[in-house]
Design a protein around this ligand. Structure first.
Ligand code: PRT
Length: 287
């Protein structure tokens, strides 16, 4: 594997689909068969490793994987109090969640002093307690954190929340968010020159896919006298293209908008006199 770049992604779970999708959209062809732990790309010198996301930070830090996709929550938990050779490269914008304290709904909590806290993120929680001068005990538990207050194992928990439905189903209320997280692309800091070259290509392609996610290509027609007003309404567009139309009073405006276009924006464009407003998805952007 000396001259092939290794990218580690989660084997199965919440990150798997979007991680494989992102890699494939970046033009790295590979096929996943059954329970294979390794897939070889057939168009680039790249291997994909399928592993547990918990193992990803140490694989990258040790150089067994060169790049990886992992939740930032896991990266922070594993990197606290331990020197790692990992660099965060890109916020990928998916698997967004937060690490929060939560308590049984009937529990009136004033502060966390002397509390028993159950969590799967002991390092992150201990750092938060230390930074905030809170004296509490932390118990590490890998699953079913939400049950621990009911069996007397904890007073409060600190767990990942996305929709809040799990807390609600377990009669718990969110008290305080201590970390916001999303999937991130990480890289080993000490790649060989050859691997660095391949990594640069992959990183630039992944950035191109991520940039494109929120971007839209907008085309519309408008009276030439309204161009300035219309351009002001196009979010995140640098320098729109203005094309004369057969009707000499009118022009077409084409713009790459690097922010979402909502119905409200389209309605405002229409109110300013724009017509034939087309909003199209963008697949990749290479800046
Ligand atoms: O791969 P490995 O087995 O080591 O990891 P894992 O078991 O942690 O995997 P998985 O697939 O559960 O989570 C992978 C990553 O997804 C996490 O590290 C986070 O970065 C991200 N993520 C995003 C989440 C959630 N949202 C999430 N809601 N991970 C877990 N949850 C759990 C949470 O722990 C709680 O039990 O979902 C429940 C709460 O969800 P809501 O929607 O009810 O609030």
């Amino acid at each position: 594997m000396k001259n092939r770049l290794t990218i580690a992604i989660q084997k199965k779970g919440r990150l798997f689909d979007q991680s494989t999708d992102l890699i494939k959209k970046s033009g790295i062809n590979f096929s996943t068969k059954g329970d294979n732990l390794l897939a070889k790309s057939n168009n680039l010198p790249i291997d994909i490793l399928f592993v547990r996301s918990d193992d990803i930070p140490s694989l990258v830090s040790n150089g067994d994987a060169d790049l990886a996709i992992v939740g930032e929550n896991v990266l922070i938990e594993k990197s606290l109090f331990k020197r790692t050779y990992i660099e965060k490269i890109i916020d990928l914008g998916f698997s967004k969640c937060r690490l929060s304290f939560a308590a049984p709904k009937n529990n009136k909590i004033k502060n966390f002093n002397n509390m028993k806290i159950a969590t799967s993120y002991p390092n992150t929680v201990k750092k938060y307690l230390k930074d905030n001068n809170i004296n509490a005990s932390v118990t590490n538990i890998h699953g079913s954190v939400e049950l621990t207050p009911y069996i007397g194992m904890s007073d409060i928990i600190c767990d990942l929340v996305s929709s809040g439905a799990t807390l609600e189903a377990n009669n718990l209320k969110e008290i305080e968010v201590i970390l916001q997280s999303q999937a991130v692309l990480i890289k080993n800091k000490n790649l060989t020159k050859n691997k660095e070259k391949i990594a640069d290509k992959v990183i630039s392609r992944i950035q191109g896919v991520v940039n494109a996610i929120e971007s839209k290509y907008v085309m519309l027609n408008v009276d030439a006298s309204k161009v300035k007003e219309i351009c002001k309404l196009l979010p995140g567009s640098e320098s729109p293209t203005i094309i004369p139309l057969e009707d000499s009073k009118k022009v077409a405006i084409h713009a790459l908008c690097q922010e979402p276009i909502f119905w409200e924006t389209m309605e405002k464009l229409k109110a300013k006199g724009a017509s034939s407003i087309l909003v199209m998805p963008v697949e990749k952007i290479l800046n």
